[in-house]
Write a protein of this length. Structure first.
Length: 74
């Protein structure tokens, strides 16, 4: 992974949330916790984007889906 350009920012954040994130993310520092949380948010967004694209391709494929168990109305 390339070293990212860092910038010094000042935010007013919930200290309890930062400490909780630090604990669950096993981060040594608050900065590390925030960076990991941002990485997770970005990764989640990318996953969601790929899922939407895959779903659109699936729907456009015209494949027929059969309800073998008769549980879906339609």
């Amino acid at each position: 992974m390339a070293v990212a350009k860092r910038s010094h920012k000042h935010f007013q954040l919930d200290a309890k949330k930062i400490k909780r994130a630090q604990k669950v993310l096993h981060a040594k520092t608050e900065t590390e916790a925030i960076e990991r949380a941002l990485d997770l948010a970005i990764a989640e967004h990318e996953r969601n984007h790929f899922v939407v694209e895959a779903t659109e391709r699936f729907v456009k494929s015209g494949i027929a889906i059969k309800d073998m168990y008769g549980t879906v109305d339609g």
